[in-house]
Design a protein around this ligand. Structure first.
Ligand code: ADP
Ligand code: MG
Length: 325
């Protein structure tokens, strides 16, 4: 896929922040079957113009709710949202024009062809015929040869690419992708990422939601972690990954331990049971052999051992606990 040079407004009109959220709150009303649900609990978030921003969080965290508010598909309960400096309540036309959203759910009218669909979308956004880039976009997402096929005849991967093209018809400076690779094969994933990266290099701000840490890690320069409707962290990717530099060594000892040996004071230790010793260390700094040597030098006899890496779930927990305390 080849990226298309975008024609954004002159630099003078370019805001510092592509997206600004203040106290964004959403409560879904109770229905006959379910209780009311507070999906967003006062989100404050700034997304810098030009960044490749990852919104990472487990299922149900509130990612799609946030995206859908920006897309105008969900009405917020409280708070403020600005896209490209335009408040979505006060300047709805301008804010809508500044963003293209590829929603998580693939919604396509099966009786339109890709070409018709893109033309229709361009019409909706008031893009004059002379400025339409239908063929260029179809080419960019590798659908030129399917331009006149009915959408219902397209594979899942092709539909996803068509949705990306659809989000780009009005050349928005901000592109939002909500879990675009869920259920998508590796090859498409690679070409989709290559394309989105190129768009980003050309100046488009990208907001990507995912629950795959690796995906965010590889692509994004900034990552916000959202959990349970709250932002638990928002940091440059290298800093966030630094938090993952933790491993746990779980040891079973041959007898009860009453006093923690001083030799182990350089590590963070814990005794969940009298014969279970947990030593936390940083793989980038501490060699596991040194950790084990320190245990043995302390006269402890190990009868069993295992290691555990810090995963995203642990980080969520750590961050959320820190947030509460
Ligand atoms: P994510 O995209 O991070 O998986 P969502 O924003 O889809 O999270 O959902 C956040 C929470 O809001 C979940 O508990 C979900 O069940 C609930 N939710 C999402 N959409 C609706 C809806 N239309 N009505 C009621 N509850 C909803
Ligand atoms: Mg979602």
């Amino acid at each position: 896929m080849n990226a298309i040079a975008a024609s954004f407004p002159a630099p003078a009109s370019q805001p510092e922040w592509a997206v600004e959220l203040r106290g964004l709150t959403k409560t879904y009303a109770a229905t006959g079957r379910s209780a009311a649900k507070q999906a967003l609990k006062g989100i404050d978030l700034n997304i810098r113009r030009g960044s490749f921003f990852g919104l990472l969080g487990p299922n149900g965290a509130g990612k799609s709710t946030m995206i859908n508010i920006l897309a105008g598909l969900v009405i917020k309960t409280a708070g403020q949202a600005c896209i490209w400096g335009y408040d979505i309540d006060e300047r709805p036309r301008q804010s809508r024009a500044a963003i293209g959203v590829v929603p998580q759910e693939l919604i396509l009218d099966p009786f339109f062809t890709p070409r018709e669909l893109l033309d229709l979308q361009a019409g909706l956004y008031g893009v004059p015929r002379a400025e339409r880039r239908t063929d260029e976009l179809l080419e960019a997402v590798g659908l030129s040869d399917k331009a006149n096929a009915y959408a219902r005849a397209l594979s899942g991967g092709m539909r996803r690419r068509l949705m990306v093209a659809k989000a780009l018809v009005h050349t928005p400076p901000v592109l939002v992708l909500d879990e675009p690779t869920a259920g998508v094969d590796i090859e498409l994933r690679q070409s989709l990422w290559a394309y989105v990266r190129e768009l980003n290099r050309g100046g488009t701000t990208i907001l990507l939601t995912t629950h795959y840490l690796e995906e965010a890690q590889e692509l994004c320069d900034m990552i916000a972690i959202i959990n349970n409707g709250m932002v638990a962290a928002c940091e440059p990717t290298p800093k966030l990954l630094g938090r993952m530099d933790r491993k746990e060594l779980w040891l079973t000892l041959d007898r009860d331990l009453t006093v923690m040996p001083p030799r182990l004071s350089m590590y963070q230790t814990e005794l969940p049971e009298p014969r279970r010793l947990v030593v936390r260390y940083q793989p980038s700094r501490d060699n596991i052999n040194e950790v084990l040597a320190a245990v043995q030098d302390s006269g402890l006899v190990i009868t069993d051992l295992s290691t555990k890496e810090t995963d995203l779930e642990d980080i969520f927990l750590q961050l959320v606990q820190a947030q509460r305390s």
